[in-house]
Design a protein around this ligand. Structure first.
Ligand code: ARG
Length: 302
């Protein structure tokens, strides 16, 4: 049977999480939705949603995502905690590259108590935690997305993470970090409006960014590699996608996007997550990719 809320992952996962994987499968950190709910409002999606999430439905949707991912990746679990309803969104645990993690410094006060729990998990899993200034908000992989094809880290700021975060990230990981300013409160984390895809495609919602940031994207990503969504498409959390191999897991896949993905040789897998959308998150938010190892970083090519 599956232990979903094991006291600190399975022994095997704990021993090896920071070491290069024996197989080359992706590794993903999740947190069971035992205590998931909307108890406060820290983004526009949560307005009017307090107390409206359905526990059984949330569990079933999360479980469906988990089972899909388990076919493609090795999964690890951080124990959930009472009173921390958003801890299920492990994208916000930190940013991991190689054996180093920057543990999240939440802008959202409601989520600050998660920091110590995530830090404890990373330490016990063998990652080394980088020093980070308390006063600089940075919400982890929610606002920092590694683009393998370009060997850079896209960093979102403006709502949750500070503009000061990208230069710090760049220094810690010795990898170019490109700051992008987010201007629409519904797209408050970078992973709600941008997703680097295998093969060098970039899925994003341009209007979530200020003009300068849109120009930066256009400079770094050739037009034929940009997959731009409109407002409706983006509001379905289609950018909040997990790419593993040639599969793309996402809450919803609007027809135009499906066509583009298939043309690019990618297969969308829709895993509906409406209960989590009430809290402002979907597929990508519910996961944290462990490593990209240094080896991945050095063999990059578009
Ligand atoms: N309610 C959570 C928050 O506002 C949702 C987090 C979604 N996570 C993400 N990586 N976009 O913090």
């Amino acid at each position: 049977t599956l232990r979903l809320n094991a006291p600190l992952a399975d022994v095997a996962e704990r021993a090896s999480a920071a070491a290069p994987a024996a197989d080359s499968r992706a590794r993903i950190l999740m947190c069971a939705p035992d205590h998931f709910a909307v108890d406060y409002v820290i983004n526009p999606w949560m307005e009017d949603q307090i107390g409206r999430t359905q526990r059984t439905q949330a569990r079933a949707q999360w479980e469906n995502l988990r089972l899909h991912l388990a076919r493609e990746a090795a999964l690890a679990y951080v124990p959930s905690a009472p009173g921390l309803p958003d801890m299920v969104f492990t994208a916000n645990a930190g940013l991991v590259i190689g054996e180093t993690v920057v543990v999240t410094r939440f802008h959202a006060k409601e989520r600050r108590p998660e920091e110590d729990l995530f830090r404890a998990w990373f330490e016990r899993a063998g990652f080394s935690t980088a020093a980070w200034p308390d006063k600089v908000a940075f919400e982890g992989a929610g606002d920092a997305l590694f683009d393998r094809a370009r060997g850079l880290i896209w960093c979102g700021h403006g709502w949750r993470s500070s503009e000061e975060a990208p230069p710090l990230i760049e220094r810690i990981f010795e990898t170019r970090a490109v700051g992008l300013r987010l201007v629409d409160p519904r797209f408050y984390h970078l992973d709600t409006c941008l997703c680097p895809l295998p093969g060098g495609w970039l899925l994003y919602y341009p209007q979530a960014f200020d003009e300068r940031s849109r120009d930066v994207i256009a400079t770094l990503v050739p037009a034929e590699f940009r997959i731009e969504l409109d407002e409706r498409e983006a509001a379905s959390f289609a950018c909040n996608a997990i790419a593993i191999g040639d599969r793309i897991f996402l809450n919803a896949c609007p027809p135009r996007l499906e066509r583009r993905l298939r043309e690019a040789g990618l297969s969308p897998v829709v895993t509906p997550l409406s209960e989590f959308v009430r809290a402002g998150g979907a597929a990508k938010c519910l996961t944290l990719e462990l490593p990209p190892t240094r080896a991945d970083l050095s063999s990059l090519r578009l």
